[in-house]
Design a protein around this ligand. Structure first.
Ligand SMILES: [Zn+2]
Length: 62
């Protein structure tokens, strides 16, 4: 089991390129927030910014 860090632009090739919340294309040359969901096989959700990540968290929390 490799422990991965997504703090920089070191995402795997199959990572999403659109914001999960609003669908905005993400500039993958710069840092952007991502979230992995262990319950979904560590599926990666990418976001255009912290605002969209927080919104997604609130919507999926309930
Ligand atoms: Zn967004």
């Amino acid at each position: 089991m490799a422990r991965e860090s997504f703090e920089k632009t070191t995402l795997p090739a199959d990572s999403p390129r659109l914001c999960t919340t609003c669908g905005t294309p993400i500039d993958t040359t710069e840092w952007y927030p991502v979230t992995t969901v262990p319950e979904e096989g560590h599926r990666i959700y990418a976001f255009c910014g912290e605002v969209c990540r927080e919104r997604w968290r609130r919507e999926t929390d309930s």
